[in-house]
Design a protein around this ligand. Sequence first.
Ligand code: SF4
Length: 221
Amino acid sequence: MPGPEDYDAGPFVPVGADLQGLRDAAAGCRGCPLFREATRTVFGSGEASARVVLVGEQPGDQEDRKGEPFVGPAGGVLTRALAEAGIDPAEAYVTNAVKHFKFERQERGKRRIHKAPTLHEISACRPWLASELRLIGPEVVVALGATAGKSLLGSSFRVTQQRGVPLVLPPDGDGEAGGTLVATIHPSAVLRADAAARAGAYAGLIADLGVAARLLDDGSR
Ligand code: SF4
């Protein structure tokens, strides 16, 4: 019986596939146990020509039902924050570090409450994210929250210490070029903040996205 250290999406990732080919293959991924309870794989959304890739944690309840990333309440916060930071959503590809919804059932199974993925699950799903980044080759990657940061920069990543500044995204295992990464909080943290802290959390999200927007502006000159 394979243990968590053996979780790996790698064998499910087709060589030479385009984004649609990856998306189709990811629908059948069994690289870790998260596929068992979730409704479906929620792959990234956007164009291969995207200049910026936004990486969240994992799909939430609504994303799991609809099959698209960032279509729930946190997605609404992200869409508004992108607009305020000056990032054109048409230039953005949105995805998650983990492609299946991890949750526990409460209220006799009626409610599905988000549960954070483990490092083994994050690492298992990384081949999908690495493939998306390799195909798109974005100018800037934005890590939304700790899980995305750990997937992209390693388990020592701390969003509170590393947010809002350009960071070096190391090359992936195939020796592909890395790039520039900007980390910020996950938009769901704005929703979870109490009333007194919410405006500040949202302003911080916009400020960090503004760093990514300026990098994109510099790249267009
Ligand atoms: S979470 Fe990722 S590695 Fe696990 S089954 Fe889903 S797609 Fe595969």
